[in-house]
Design a protein around this ligand. Structure first.
Ligand code: ADP
Ligand code: MG
Length: 559
């Protein structure tokens, strides 16, 4: 009974995942090819670091064959293969949910958690196949295994005969239905074009037996067909190609292929440096905030390759925290393959690459801000908070780098503006950069404290993010102008006469204010006449360094 319930659940899950993650079915091939390429990378890396293994480039390839009659696609790779345990844990998507069923329900409810847990690539095969068979022999193993599944119903696994190390995958392609066509995936030309489109840069040959036509011997108009094994991909990694040969679409494809994100990147940076240290890098500014971005689970980092071999998939030393949203890869021939995490941290070469990359990202963002404001705002809405954290953290060490990238909502412009823009509009007599904190722009607009500043015709920056005020406190000044909260007791606006007048009022009404202060003694520190109110009779303000809003944040923080 229980088992049945769960089956329904996982089937729904499978459909939900497939439909929500992939917009096009054809990418199943990209996913399987990238797994095969990863598997060859792994064996290549092993061979390079282990003298007892040899790696002969010629022996490593991916081969794809389609069989129309039996409706199968057959894929073979000469990668590292999988043991029985690995088949179970890596591909046992449904098997995993089998154990999930016994786990607490919460995990099932968290969609993201599940996606993270399953790994999404291999799963995509079920978009086009109603049955998937994986035959694999792991490096160093004598036995091979056959894993077979028709999706949600689980899988079988049994010992199997296979001579060489590597993996074979057989997809039983679905039958056409009225709405959905699957026949195309059995067509040679269609498979070729999918490979070209998504997997052209894969570094190992992707082979297919291609049917060609040639004139029959001795004939002038009669043709005969023959098959020939061909390498379909160009095998040049995109980062080693010339920028001029590549289109935006190529970069977008690479972004998707690499699973850097499900969104479309806002911008890419492709740089090749030759000199004291040589490297290629492709970096992306994503459009959307990853779901776990502002959580502890998020791991920053770039892929690190040593002369084409992936040595680390998340090298965090390449990115400062404030640019942790950047995705991409770096390939350098100057790095040692045997590099460990500890060594990497002290690696001077790596530090230099990181420095260069940091500058590149900054200037890319500055360019975007200057030349494509709309795009920058999209970026800023996704990751602006991270930049503000960056200003605040490390005792303000990065404020110089980041201050020109900051934006705040302006009372005058009714949109996000930079500090530079604010300063440029300041009347000469205005001493400070004024800001007001609150939950929302609407709330801030109604704050009595803003009246005087607005009446003066001064622009106000609205701080609606908790981090805003903290970041500004760290910044202290921008272009020598101090920041001033509208809630602070001295706004620097009053004239001498104003001050004298206030003093008179205070003196004349001394008793009244004392009475009010005493009456409210458990709620406020002091009640004073204010020079800044216009239409409102009263307002709260704080005396010290922190505004009331900031106090609220501090009070809500766990000790
Ligand atoms: P991901 O590639 O993101 O890890 P996948 O669902 O694509 O997720 O694959 C899951 C895992 O299965 C891989 O990480 C890998 O360990 C294993 N795997 C898949 N295909 C192969 C293959 N052809 N050879 C060896 N291992 C493979
Ligand atoms: Mg994969």
């Amino acid at each position: 009974m229980e088992k049945k319930l769960f089956k329904a659940e996982s089937k729904r899950l499978l459909e939900m995942m497939i439909n929500s993650i992939y917009s096009q079915r054809e990418i199943f091939l990209r996913e399987l090819i990238s797994n095969a390429s990863d598997a060859i990378d792994k064996i290549y890396y092993k061979a390079l670091t282990d003298d007892s293994l040899s790696f002969d480039q010629g022996n490593y390839f991916i081969k794809i064959e389609a069989d129309k009659e039996n409706r199968t696609i057959h894929m073979l790779d000469t990668g590292i293969g999988m043991t029985k345990e690995e088949l179970e844990t890596n591909l046992g998507i449904i098997a995993k949910s089998g154990s999930l069923a016994f786990k607490n329900e919460n995990e099932l409810k968290d969609e993201h958690e599940i996606i993270g847990q399953f790994g999404v690539g291999f799963y995509s095969a079920f978009m086009v196949a109603d049955e998937v068979t994986v035959i694999s022999k792991a490096l160093g193993s004598d036995v091979a295994y056959k894993w077979k599944s028709s999706g949600a119903d689980g899988y079988t696994i049994e010992p199997y005969e296979k001579e060489n190390v590597g993996t074979e995958i057989i997809l039983k392609i679905k039958e056409n239905t009225e709405e959905d066509q699957y026949d195309e995936y059995l067509e040679e030309y269609r498979l070729q074009s999918i490979i070209k489109k998504y997997s052209d840069f894969i570094r190992y040959p992707i082979k297919m037996d291609v049917t060609e036509r040639k004139l029959k011997e001795g004939s002038e108009d009669e043709y005969e067909e023959y098959t020939e094994e061909k390498i379909i991909n160009s095998m040049i990694p995109i980062w080693k190609k010339n920028k001029s040969e590549l289109t935006d679409k190529d970069y977008e494809n690479f972004y998707t292929e690499k699973h850097y994100g499900f969104d479309k990147p806002l911008a890419h940076i492709h740089t090749s440096v030759d000199g004291a240290i040589s490297y290629h890098a492709i970096l992306y500014i994503p459009e959307k905030t990853p779901f776990d971005y502002y959580s502890k689970e998020y791991e920053k980092g770039l892929e690190l390759y040593s002369n084409g071999v992936l040595i680390m998939s998340k090298c965090s030393d390449l990115l400062p925290d404030y640019f942790s949203f950047v995705k991409g890869m770096v390939d350098s021939q100057d790095l040692s393959l045997n590099i460990s995490r500890e060594i990497l941290q002290h690696d001077r070469q790596l530090k230099r690459i990181a420095n260069n990359i940091n500058k590149k990202i900054k200037s890319e963002l500055q360019n975007m801000l200057k030349n494509d404001r709309e795009k920058y705002i999209t970026f800023y809405e996704s990751f602006g908070r991270q930049l503000k954290y960056g200003v605040y953290s490390d005792y303000g060490a990065n404020k110089e780098t980041l201050q020109d990238l900051l934006m705040f909502y302006s009372s005058k412009e009714k949109k996000l503006v930079t500090l530079e823009e604010y300063i440029s509009r300041m009347p000469e007599e205005q001493k400070y950069i004024y800001y007001a904190s609150g939950e929302s722009n609407e709330r801030i607009e109604k704050l009595p404290q803003t009246e005087l500043v607005s009446e003066k015709g001064y622009e106000l920056l609205y701080f609606t993010d908790e981090i805003d005020e903290f970041a500004i406190k760290m910044l202290m000044t921008y272009k020598e102008k101090e920041f001033k909260s509208v809630s602070s007791s001295d706004l620097g606006i009053d004239t001498k006469e104003d001050e004298q007048e206030a003093e008179v009022v205070e003196k004349e009404n001394k008793e009244l204010f004392e009475f009010m202060t005493n009456t409210l003694s458990d709620k406020v520190k002091v009640v004073r006449p204010s020079k800044r109110l216009r239409s409102h009779p009263v307002c709260f303000s704080s005396d010290g360094e922190v505004t009331i809003e900031m106090e609220k944040v501090l009070n809500s923080m766990p000790d």
